[in-house]
Design a protein around this ligand. Structure first.
Ligand SMILES: C[S@@+](CC[C@H](N)C(=O)[O-])C[C@H]1O[C@@H](n2cnc3c(N)ncnc32)[C@H](O)[C@@H]1O
Length: 286
């Protein structure tokens, strides 16, 4: 069920007029461009859940970041089809999933989750109304990551916990994929914040390592330990990286896949799990 925006906001009009005032940092300082990895998720919505669910490799650090929140009310920002919200609901959380792509949210609603269509950079939610907030695998799609993080902080009540699961630039630099798909190197750098940038946006946050040890969430990072899956369209199409490559550089995609397929058959393909980071941040009380 798509809940009406009104039920959540009450104050959307007042809020959108004062977005600037909510920014504790000037976003331009950190993000001079508005490049995102994949703006339109409607295509992903059709097949996302075929290979992507809530990975234990991610859930562990998320639980660690959320432990100690003052209550159970949780907002999953950019929550997509609701896989992580559902997993945490099953552990006693009371989540609502927010996403700007209605097609993704329809799947979340099908899992019995409350959903709200909304942009992470202008959340249609009242301030100080949640005990916890999480953003999982979504910040690299946001035009203004600082605005999204400021918004997540705004909707938390004092003492509320924020869990940000993100691929930092340092994490993505470890990837071997750009050896096969060289044009991706530039936009992967441009769309992923550095650890220093993230810490500037979440002062005092603690960083927790994520190492993918399973393929439950077949994200790009998880797939890197399974190159034979990467060459299979049924697996790689559920990643924004390959959708964008298909859109922008179809010839490079085909050439890279052919080379990787040869290496898989020869037993010489790289096989190294991707890395990610969870940032744990607590809203100061008072
Ligand atoms: C890779 S999916 C991750 C979905 C979910 N968090 C998960 O891990 O299963 C990225 C999601 O972020 C959403 N998204 C991207 N930019 C957004 C924005 N500015 N506001 C809200 N949602 C956004 C996309 O629509 C998509 O559903």
């Amino acid at each position: 069920m798509l809940r009406s925006l009104e039920a959540f906001t009450g104050s959307l009009e007042a809020f959108t007029g004062s977005l600037e005032a909510l920014h504790p940092l000037a976003p331009d300082r950190y993000f001079p461009t508005t490049m995102t990895l994949l703006r339109d998720y409607s295509n992903q919505a059709r097949t996302y859940d075929e290979t992507r669910a809530a990975s234990p490799s991610v859930l562990g650090p998320l639980r660690e970041a959320l432990a100690g929140a003052p209550g159970r009310r949780l907002v999953d920002i950019g929550g997509g089809t609701g896989n992580y919200a559902r997993a945490l609901r099953d552990e006693g959380w009371d989540p609502v999933v927010v996403d700007r792509e209605p097609g993704m949210l329809a799947h979340a609603a099908g899992k019995g989750l409350d959903t709200v269509v909304g942009d992470a950079q202008r959340l249609p939610l009242a301030g100080a109304s949640f005990d916890a907030a999480m953003l999982v695998s979504m910040l690299h799609h946001v035009e203004d990551p600082a605005a999204a993080l400021a918004e997540a902080q705004r909707v938390l009540r004092p003492g509320g916990h924020l869990a940000l699961m993100v691929f930092t630039r340092e994490d993505t630099e470890e990837s071997w994929l750009s050896d096969y798909f060289p044009s991706t190197r530039a936009w992967m750098l441009e769309t992923h914040s550095t650890r220093d940038e993230l810490l500037a946006m979440l002062p005092g946050a603690r960083r927790i390592d994520v190492v993918y040890r399973d393929l439950v969430d077949g994200s790009l990072a998880a797939l890197q330990a399974f190159p034979e899956k990467i060459v299979d369209p049924a697996w790689h199409r559920q990643t924004s990286y390959f959708e964008r490559l298909q859109r922008d550089h179809p010839d490079e995609l085909q050439a890279g896949l052919a080379r990787l397929r040869d290496d898989v058959e020869a037993g010489s393909a790289p096989r190294r799990p991707g890395l990610a980071s969870v940032y744990a941040w607590v809203k100061p009380s008072g």
